[in-house]
Structure formats: structure tokens, C-alpha cells
Design a protein around this ligand. Sequence first.
Ligand code: MG
Length: 205
Amino acid sequence: MDSRIGFGWDSHAFKPGVPLRIGGMTLEHTEGLAGHSDGDVLLHAITDALLGAVAAGDIGSFFPPGDPRWKDADSAIFLNLALEEIQHAGFGIVNVDTTLVLAAPKISPIAGEMRARVAELLNVEMDQVSIKAKTPEGLGLDHVAQAHAVVLLERVRDPEDLKSMSAVIQSQRELEDVVEDLLTQVHGVPKRREIVPAFDIEDIT
Ligand code: MG
């Protein structure tokens, strides 16, 4: 199979007293998003889309609820793990399309900057990343931010391309040890991945 599609969705409630992190950026706002990690709803949705595209589970199967290591964690760690997974499966990103649903703050003035940041985190060009935003009209969900993400992957033919993906991942030094540790754990366990039960619903990531 030469191409794969993946879908991810996430939601987090707004909460006072924490910084608002969306798309790997800190945004000016009166509230942030509640979560065990930094609550970056967009990076979580993209992470799930990437993992879904290669049928590698979901964010909760790699980062179990309540694990103290992920308290206030930078969600770029989760994204990086997903990149390792698609690389491991031999795929690269064609494009990523996302929609944020939130009442405030306004995303359109900073959407370009956010696309650039997400593209940087994914090691792709900015024109491979789309970030759209809508307000939750009629849903009564002004206290919640949601993100939807779709990714298209294609099989990487040239092993050199996979190497270059790896080089970028390696260069993110602050993430490297964590990712390596995780991969050892995840790939070290026999085939069956530990999936968090659906009824364990506290979305801590
Ligand atoms: Mg989440």
C-alpha cells in the first residue's frame, strides 16, 4: 500500500491560570487549556492522525493517563513519537489539514505563524500544512477547544529520505532522550500494544 490516510480529533476545556498552547505556540489569552500535558489540542489531534494512518494506536496507548512524566509536557514530544512511528512504518507526510473549533482567541491573524510552527515540528514545508479555524456556533461549547486533523502519507521510496527525517528528529535534542526512551519501551514490549481502555476517559493528554 503506497498511501495512507489518518484522522485525529481532540478537545480540551479552557481553564484559568495556565498558558494557552495551540500548534506548538503560546497564545495571548486569558485562559489556557486544561490537560495533564500542556493541553495542545491541535498537536494532539495531529499526533492521533499520524498514528492512525499507520494503525499504530493512539496518543493514549503511548502516553498512559496519569503518568507523571507527562505532567505539563510539551506536546511536541507526542508529535515526535508519532513521526518516529510513521518513519518506522516507511511513510512520509504528503499533507496535513486541520480545523480548530473554538470561540476565542481568533486564530486567523496568527494562522500563518502557526502553520509555519507546525510545519517545522513535522519537518515539512508550510504549504503541506493547513490550519483553519471556526467558532462553535450553536454548540454551546464556548468553554472548549476542539481540533480535527487529517493527514495523508505516502510510502518513502528512497531510504535517504527516511534518513533525513531521522536527522531532523535527532536534531531536536531536548526531545531525543525522551523519544528514545519511549520507543524502547513501546517496541520493547511484545507485539500487543497496551491500549488504554475506552472507559478510562479522563483525557489527560
Ligand atoms: Mg488531548
